[in-house]
Design a protein. Structure first.
Length: 322
């Protein structure tokens, strides 16, 4: 008997991506359609239905063996009921029973979770966390999302709101975070935070022709991507900015180790891939920021799925072993 294929849907504020994965986590097919985030609830769901229909149409016979559909949705949401509560990026949905709507439309079970939780599960089952029992996952990009997987299960906490690791503060007098707290790691090490640090250094007289040139001479246009490209080209200021980012991440991960002592720490996202070049520096700093004398034994690795993390994570939600 052929092993079942898994269908995952990744919903964002501007797009819905959907894909088909094999039982071993290989992405076999993917597509994307625009998301109608500011329309009515039915219009938003129509985009989800359209993406799923495209996958099924391009892969005849898939529907017959489909046992479930996994969905990553912006939160807040309730992963137990599959209800999307009030996501700022998808205002068309308020207390929207997404899982129930998918089940009604396609006749199979649907599971809904946030993108970081789901991506953590995919990495645990198929990716960089495979073979480890307890996984801490972080995706670092425009924001910082995290997920925790214990023994193949996502840790949701009491109400489904656990694992908001991006909003752990390491400096109560630090910069304000969008969440309302100060000194969250997201406010210090996300892509926008790195770009802001670069702008500040340049305004203070720091020299980096590479960063400025990549930004077209406009400091307001500087992005973390520009800093990364300048770093790879050997720019000293870009290296200084990313080394400081790595040092801040080391403080944060030291706290994570003291709280969870995971078997592995998996880092994804665009900025996560960028700081991967500095994992050695982070590992070297960890003993200063963790009381765990064996903290150096915990692997720090780059995530496997990259841009496909949302689709893979969604599909993992319906994996029979998850």
């Amino acid at each position: 008997m052929a092993k079942p294929k898994l269908l995952g849907v990744d919903i964002g504020g501007s797009k819905v991506a959907a894909g088909l994965l094999s039982a071993d986590g290989t992405v076999l097919f993917k597509t994307r359609v625009p998301m109608v985030a500011n329309g009515t609830a039915p219009e938003g769901f129509a985009a989800v239905r359209s993406a799923i229909d495209e996958v099924l149409k391009a892969n005849p016979g898939t529907r017959d063996g489909l046992t479930g559909i996994g969905i990553c949705s912006p939160g807040p949401l309730d992963p137990r009921t599959g209800v999307v509560i009030n996501p700022p990026n998808v205002p068309c949905w308020r207390n929207f029973a997404l899982a129930e709507e998918v089940k009604r439309e396609f006749g199979v079970t649907a599971r809904v979770d946030n993108d970081a939780n789901a991506a953590a599960l995919a990495e645990a089952i198929w990716g960089a966390g495979r073979g480890f029992r307890n996984i801490f996952y972080a995706t670092i990009g425009t924001g910082i999302g995290t997920g925790i997987v214990f023994d193949g299960r996502i840790y949701h906490g009491r109400t489904g709101s656990a694992a908001e690791g991006g909003h752990l503060s390491i400096d109560y007098r630090g910069p304000a975070c969008a969440c309302g707290k100060r000194g969250c790691i997201e406010a210090l090490c996300s892509g926008p935070a790195i770009a802001e640090r670069a702008r500040a250094r340049l305004q203070e007289g720091g020299r980096s022709g590479a960063i400025v040139q990549l930004a077209g001479g406009n400091l307001d246009q500087i992005s973390a991507e520009h800093v990364g490209k300048a770093f790879r080209a050997g720019d000293p200021l870009a290296a200084e900015i990313l080394e400081e980012t790595a040092d801040l991440l080391a403080i944060w991960l030291g706290n994570v180790i003291d709280l969870l002592e995971p078997d592995v720490m998996v880092i994804g996202g665009g900025v996560g891939e960028l700081v991967g070049a500095l994992f050695g520096r982070i590992r070297g700093q960890l003993p200063k920021w963790s009381i765990n004398q064996r903290c150096g034994e915990i692997p720090l690795v780059t995530a496997s799925y990259g841009a496909d993390a949302g689709i893979a994570g969604a599909a993992a939600l319906c994996n029979l072993e998850s």
